[in-house]
Design a binder for this molecule. Structure first.
Ligand code: ADP
Ligand code: MG
Length: 653
């Protein structure tokens, strides 16, 4: 072994670079962050060969005084902190003073900079740790850093570089993070001389989302915000039906810094609980602003992870703000009418409140009704009593629930059938009762009236709303309503079940049989009693009354298929939710089922009552809205009709 010795500076820097500079995108990140820290309004990124040959970032920020320029490339040199106290309240993106030195140890770097009061610019260059003396040169106010031949001095690293397309993908991701956090900065990106991004300054994050993720996604996002208790949260979140297979469209920024915080991302996912299918991941762009001393950024070399002093408060804040938005009214996607430009608010969603809804008495009324429903649902007791189709209590005593359609004899509801408008529902004995009186017994809030509706193609319910036309997928909505009811009831205890006259016997595989054993308790909570009847036979002995319409065998099979497909063992909550999903799906009316007038009405009345009426448990939308204003545009009602020529007027041609 050699004697202990101090390592040469370049080697020290190369080791430091090993942590931070992994690929061209890492250089791009550091240079863009330096430009932001220098308060640049305009930043240009030029790339050649995906940054392997050249990365140049030029900004119009404050620049570096000529005398300090050589220090910028030295290790542990920074103007962003000076003392230990400063470390506890970082307000800049950088502070370690290591990035440029690290980069200069693995590539050829040239920096040209000029402050506003300097007559000329200064150039400093480092090539293989050989620093050229600073020299005056021409150049605008600001800084330009050029990085050539990345990893020229560490060939091992160079071998790990991927194709240009892959490296460009990583670079784009880094550009997106800065662009999203600083929409006011004008960003230009070119690759091999061709323009890749031209992002003019904007006060809207949505515009930047549109640039990177497409305007369809950007337009569909809704705002979530909260001011308490740990800081300011503002974000754009995707409705559940936009969920993706990966977490790639989840962006979290804390004080302008992109971070991956497992806790807060978990809170985000939790907010979508029950609204997403399987492992689907929400789309969200969240911006948190907290006092700088509440976040420690000095825990990770690239600062992608931070330590939050109020982690649990922030967790709750993110969860509550996002959940509230998702459970709130108005997550009904609009029908895109061909040729009609999206409305000014362009959220793609029904505006959730009068403030955002713009002018219009009708809409105000609708928001008030929605608010009443939301208030109504905040009282769990009332919600318990209101959820479901009817007569649960009496169903428990053996009377058929009014929404049990088995064997119902009635003509299919068609477009020329009478329009449903009367506000009544069936009670457990089949007697029509006004909805209002039923509501009075549980809450003083008025329940929403069921909109006037017809069924078409035995699949969709079409109803008039104050500002347009609502089209509901009957299966998706019923499934959502049942799911919510099952989940609400499970809070109170196991579902009431009914012994079957004859057990329903299923032949199961060994794995399926094992899954039945493992989840026997969860099944029992749902009111499904399964007993082993032989080495490979299981018998369903009892089934929940609430799910009368569901076929017991298919429900169990759907559940087992899910259990066997999940990779890691599901949590108890996931098991219950999945059971509720499959049961709700199996018990819901299907596309193609003709519905009676009262059934249509009952279903639509519950559209408002179901907390998440906007999506079925699988995340598909349950309803679409065709806005009156869009129809008017489509029919040309908004435009001044060409004046008919009078008989005595000469024709204009
Ligand atoms: P850090 O950003 O952590 O301070 P860097 O190595 O990235 O460290 O940069 C070192 C110093 O060089 C910075 O502290 C800053 O003073 C100066 N600097 C780097 N880039 C710029 C720039 N684009 N504009 C102005 N000053 C810069
Ligand atoms: Mg820096």
């Amino acid at each position: 072994m050699a004697a202990i010795h101090i390592l040469p500076e370049q080697l020290v820097n190369q080791i430091a670079a090993g942590e931070v500079i992994e690929r061209p995108a890492s250089v791009v990140k550091e240079l863009l962050e330096n430009a932001v820290d220098a308060q640049a309004a305009r930043v240009t990124l030029e790339l050649e060969e995906a940054g392997k040959k050249l990365i140049r970032v030029s900004d119009d920020g404050g620049g570096i005084p000529a005398a300090e320029a050589p220090l910028a490339l030295a290790s542990h040199a920074t103007n962003k902190i000076a003392s230990t106290e400063d470390l506890e309240g970082i307000t800049t993106l950088g502070f370690r003073g290591e990035a440029l030195a690290s980069i200069a140890s693995v590539a050829d770097v040239r920096l040209v900079t000029r402050t506003a009061d300097a007559l000329e610019a200064t150039e400093v260059a480092v090539s293989g740790s050989q620093a050229a003396p600073p020299r005056p040169t021409g150049g605008p106010v600001g800084t330009s850093v050029e990085v050539r031949n990345l990893f020229r001095y560490v060939p091992a690293r160079r071998k790990f570089l991927k194709t240009d397309a892959t490296e460009m993908g990583h670079i784009t991701e880094q550009v997106a993070r800065v662009a999203l956090a600083y929409p006011a900065v004008h960003l230009t990106v070119t690759h091999n001389g061709r323009a890749v991004y031209e992002l003019p300054p904007s006060d809207s994050v949505r515009a930047r989302v549109g640039a990177f993720f497409g305007s369809d996604l950007a337009d569909a996002l809704v705002e979530a915000a909260s001011e308490e208790p740990a800081g300011r949260l503002w974000g754009l979140i995707g409705p559940p039906h936009l969920a993706r297979a990966t977490t790639a469209a989840q962006y979290l920024f804390i004080n302008g810094r992109y971070v991956r915080d497992r806790g807060l991302l978990h809170a985000l996912r939790e907010a979508y609980r029950g609204l997403l299918e399987g492992a689907r991941q929400p789309v969200a762009f969240l911006f948190l602003t907290v006092p700088p001393d509440r976040v420690d950024v000095n825990v990770h070399p690239t600062k992608i992870e931070v330590r939050l002093r109020d982690a649990h408060l922030l967790y709750g804040q993110v969860l509550a703000a996002v959940r509230e938005k998702l459970l709130g009214p108005g997550l009904t996607p609009h029908v895109a009418v061909p040729g009609v430009a999206p409305a000014a608010d362009a959220t793609g969603l029904v505006p959730p409140g009068a403030a955002e809804a713009g002018p219009g008495e009708a809409l105000d009324h609708e928001s008030r009704v929605r608010q009443a429903v939301a208030d109504f649902l905040r009282s769990p007791q009332a919600a318990q009593a209101r959820l479901g189709f009817s007569g649960r209590e009496s169903a428990a005593r053996g009377a058929p629930p009014s929404f049990n359609r088995a064997g119902a004899e009635h003509p299919p509801y068609t477009a020329d059938a009478p329009v449903v408008g009367a506000r009544h529902a069936e009670d457990s004995t089949g007697r029509a009762v006004p909805l209002e009186s039923e509501a009075e017994t549980v809450s003083q809030h008025a329940p929403p009236p069921a909109p006037r509706a017809i069924q078409i193609h035995n699949t969709y319910l079409v109803a008039e709303t104050p500002d347009g036309i609502l089209i509901v997928d009957q299966h998706a909505l019923h499934e959502r309503v049942l799911f919510e009811e099952i989940m609400a009831r499970l809070e109170a205890g196991p579902l009431e079940s009914q012994r079957l006259l004859l057990p329903v016997v299923l032949a199961l595989s060994d794995r399926e049989m094992a899954a039945v054993e493992t989840h026997r308790e969860a099944l029992a909570r749902l009111g499904i009693d399964v007993e082993r009847m032989g080495p490979r036979d299981a018998g369903i002995q009892a089934f929940p009354m609430l799910l009368e319409r569901a076929d017991p065998a298919s429900t169990l099979r759907d559940f087992l298929a899910w259990v066997l497909a999940t990779e890691s063992p599901p949590t108890a909550r996931q098991v219950l939710e999945n059971l509720a999903h499959v049961a709700a799906c199996r018990a819901a009316v299907k596309a193609g089922d003709p519905l009676k007038a009262e059934e249509i009405e009952a279903l639509l009345a519950h559209r408002e009552a179901a907390r998440m009426a906007s999506t079925c448990p699988h995340g598909r939308p349950t309803a679409l809205v065709l806005r009156k204003s869009d129809l008017e545009k489509q029919f040309g009602r908004n435009y001044a009709a060409p004046r008919a020529a009078k008989a005595d007027e000469p024709l204009p041609f």
